[in-house]
Design a protein around this ligand. Sequence first.
Ligand SMILES: Nc1nc2c(ncn2[C@@H]2O[C@H](COP(=O)(O)OP(=O)(O)OP(=O)(O)O)[C@@H](O)[C@H]2O)c(=O)[nH]1
Ligand SMILES: [Mg+2]
Length: 305
Amino acid sequence: MNWFKKLNTAFKKSSSKITDNISQIFTKKKLDEESLEAFEDMLIESDMGITTAQKISQNLKKTRFGKDVSEEEIHNFLASEIESIVKKREKHLVLDFNNTPQVILMVGVNGSGKTTSIAKLCHTWKDQGKSILIAAADTFRAAAIDQLSTWADRLSIPIYKKSPGADAAGIVYEAYQQAKKDNTDILIIDTAGRLQNNSSLMAELEKISRVLKKLDPNLPHQSLLVLDGTTGQNALNQVQEFQKTVPITGLIMTKLDGTAKGGILVQIADQIDIPIYAIGVGESLEDLNQFDAKSYAESLVSTNN
Ligand SMILES: Nc1nc2c(ncn2[C@@H]2O[C@H](COP(=O)(O)OP(=O)(O)OP(=O)(O)O)[C@@H](O)[C@H]2O)c(=O)[nH]1
Ligand SMILES: [Mg+2]
C-alpha cells in the first residue's frame, strides 16, 4: 500500500466527519453568516481551536461571502487553507552523521507513543544501514524496560538498560559513553511518560538534559516531543510546557488513525513554530510516516474514503 492510500485510510474517521458536516452545512447555495458560523463550529469540533478556526472561516468570508458556493469548492478551499498552514512545519528529520553518535531524546506525556515511535524510527534507520543504541531511561513505569527490550530484540538493535528504579540520567550518561566507544551512529533515549505539570518528573527530565549538556553542550541533537493526536486541546499545552524544560526540536504526532478529530495538528502547526517530522498512523513498525502537508490536508478533507 503506498503511503498516500494508507494515510487516506488512516484519516477515514476525521475526514468522513468533516465531509459529512460540509454537506450538512452548505445545503443553501449562498454563503451567509449562518453557514459560516456552522463551518467555524465544525472546525472547532475537529480540534482546530478557536483562533485557527476563526482565521480559516474569515478567509472563506473574505473571498466568498454572499456568493454561491459548491460543496466541492468548500472542500478545495479547506484543503488548501490547511495545507498552507501545515506546510510551514513540514520538515524532514535530518541527522548529521559526521558528528556521531547523534543523540535523540524522546519525551512526552504517558502513553503518547514514545516507545512505539522509537521502534518505528529505528526500523527506518536500520533499513538505511545505521547503527543504533537504544537507552532505556524510562525506569519509572514497571514494564517499560521489558516493552523496549522486546522491540529491540525484534529489531536486533542493542539496548542499554538497568533495573527499574535506576537513575535515568545515569543511564543516559553511560549509554552515551557506550555509543561513543562503539562508534554508534544514533543513540535514541526512551524516557518515562510524564504529565507536563508533574514537577518532580519534569525535574528528572531537566537532569537528563543537564547530564547530556555536560557531556557535550550540543546534546541532545534532537529532542522530539511525541503527542497523542487523540488528546485534543491539551496537546498545545503539552508543547508549551515541555518546551520550558527541554527545547523541543521537532514533533511526532501519533494515533492519527484513531481519531475522529485530527485537526489538533493544524492548530499546533498554526500556533507553534516547531517542525512536525512524522505522524503515527498505526501500531506496527511501518506505521510512521514523514509528515507531508499536502497529503495530510487532502486526506483530512477527502471526499472519497
Ligand atoms: N493506533 C495507534 N496506536 C499507537 C500509535 N502509536 C502508539 N500507539 C499505541 O499507543 C500505546 C502506547 O504507546 P507507547 O509507545 O507505549 O507510549 P509511551 O509514550 O511510550 O507510553 P509511556 O511509556 O507509558 O509513557 C501502545 O498500545 C501503542 O501501540 C499510533 O500511531 N497509532
Ligand atoms: Mg514508553
